[in-house]
Design a protein around this ligand. Structure first.
Ligand code: MLT
Ligand code: ZN
Length: 465
């Protein structure tokens, strides 16, 4: 009944808004990792903010749940629909305004990808401060909703800090917010900051005004090898003092071997733990980079100065995700630790945790400059939350976070209590209630849904309940 009513409303809004075509819907119903798969009764794809607002209002009236999806690059089932619900895709909300040069910003609709926005900025020698390996698919809406991080947080911060304004379509208050490019606006709490990282619980991002940063003329990429993670951490501590570092990433030998097989290339360096460092500046960098490298004294190193060489070195880092996915269905744990505790955490994973989980292969890499470690485990049943909980509980017990940049999604929703007190969770539910009192947006994402247990812990392997 509810769905039939919603379908009728959508037909009235626009005849091309909704489809029930299984062939179109089915490919959108799996998490990128393939760890969980769901389903949806229908797919709606609004083309304008007005259509988006009308769809959300129709869902409120019919009491139909909407699962939100941008580029479907979530690694925590944050965009995987399930059950008799409706998948709301922002794929047709794609327009990008001309860059606003006086304010060094750009406004884009939610479905525009990071790569498309960068293409619009490039002729003005500008780019987004946030960049990530999934740039061709990741959308602005998803990047806001998850407070995306990526490879340049060490220099520019995460998505939340790039936002100048937002338009958010909420179930309780309709379309709210503004896109004016004000750098300062202290008229109460900042809606864009509240929406960033809320994982679609409060509203659907329609568009955002985002800061841009200059493309710097001089850059050098260095791949360095070290004998241990402790040595890498010490090198990273020193490199971080450089004011021109724009990426400080680490990889370990097992992941590099996997990438080597995946790409069919031999390793450029021998070593146990690797750092990939990018230096960027408006000024000539060679002397500075030479000084930094002399200070950290890597065992071996490879440097790249031209676009092709830099892309080749970056490939060793960015191909980790696809190489791991090819090796199996990964349990992906995205933790952050106080920088001083990183060595203890990594040594625990490679020592006590590995001894307790001998059947699992662990691949570690991440954004060392941000204290962000991606722990990828292959070999566990998709529905088994045990290894996830062990790793996340350890990070939490050390004062870390169980989601540095991927979000909580559906996979980690049952584990939020590891890092949030009952009072904090109650406050989050109250915030949800203020924006979405009927609980129609993204049920089961970030917070266990009061309308039903959809935790992966209760699900058959590879499927959501
Ligand atoms: C990355 O850093 O490459 C992304 O967070 C994706 C991943 O963790 O696999
Ligand atoms: Zn990452």
């Amino acid at each position: 009944m509810a769905l039939a009513r919603f379908f009728r409303s959508c037909e009235e809004i626009s005849p091309r808004l909704l489809t029930r075509d299984r062939e179109i819907i089915a490919p959108l119903c799996s998490d990128w990792t393939r760890r969980v798969a769901g389903g949806a009764a229908a797919l709606v794809r609004p083309s304008t903010e007005e259509e988006l607002a009308a769809v959300v209002e129709a869902a409120v009236q019919a009491d139909v749940q909407l699962h939100l999806q941008g580029g479907n690059t979530s690694l925590v089932a944050g965009a995987t629909p399930f059950g008799d619900s409706v998948l709301l895709s922002t794929a047709r909300l794609r327009s990008i305004a001309d860059p606003d040069l006086p304010s060094l910003s750009i406004t884009a609709e939610a479905g525009a990808t990071a790569a498309e926005v960068n293409a619009a900025l490039a002729p003005r020698h500008l780019k987004l401060g946030v960049d990530l390996a999934s740039r061709e698919s990741a959308t602005i809406g998803g990047m806001v909703a998850t407070n995306a991080g990526g490879i340049h947080v060490v220099r520019y911060g995460s998505m939340r800090t790039q936002l100048l304004g937002i338009r958010l379509v909420t179930p309780a208050h309709g379309a709210i917010g503004r896109l004016s490019p004000l750098y300062k606006d202290n008229t109460g709490p900042d809606l864009a900051a509240i929406a960033a990282g809320s994982e679609g619980l409060l509203g659907v991002v329609a568009s955002a005004a985002i800061k841009a940063v200059p493309i710097l003329e001089h850059s050098v990429v260095a791949l360095l090898s070290f004998p241990s993670f402790a040595a890498v951490a010490e090198a990273a501590r020193r490199i971080r003092l450089s004011p021109v570092v724009s990426a400080l990433e680490f990889m370990t030998a097992p992941g590099m071997d996997l990438v080597s097989r995946h790409l069919g290339r031999s390793l450029p360096l021998v070593g146990e733990v690797f750092l990939l460092v990018e230096f960027e500046s408006a000024f000539q960098l060679l002397d500075h980079v030479a000084e930094v490298l002399e200070d950290v004294a890597p065992a071996t190193s490879a440097l790249a100065f031209d676009a092709r060489g830099k892309a080749e070195l970056w490939r060793w880092r960015e191909a980790h995700t696809e190489a791991i996915a090819r090796a199996g269905i990964a349990h992906k744990m995205d933790v952050s630790l106080p920088i001083t505790d990183l060595v203890e955490f990594v040594e625990w994973i490679e020592g006590a945790f590995a001894a307790d989980h001998r059947s699992l292969d662990a691949y570690l890499f991440g954004h060392l400059g941000d204290g962000n470690v991606h722990v990828n485990l292959i070999g566990a049943e998709p529905g088994d939350l045990g290894p996830d909980e062990a790793v996340l509980a350890k990070a939490a017990s050390m004062g870390g976070s169980i989601s540095a940049e991927h979000g909580i999604g559906r996979i980690k929703a049952p584990l939020v209590h590891l890092v949030r007190t009952p009072s904090e969770i109650a406050a989050l539910y109250a915030l949800k209630d203020a924006f979405d009192p009927g609980g129609i947006l993204n049920p089961g994402v970030l917070l266990p849904s009061p309308r039903g247990g959809h935790a992966i812990a209760n699900a058959a392997p590879g499927r959501l309940a």
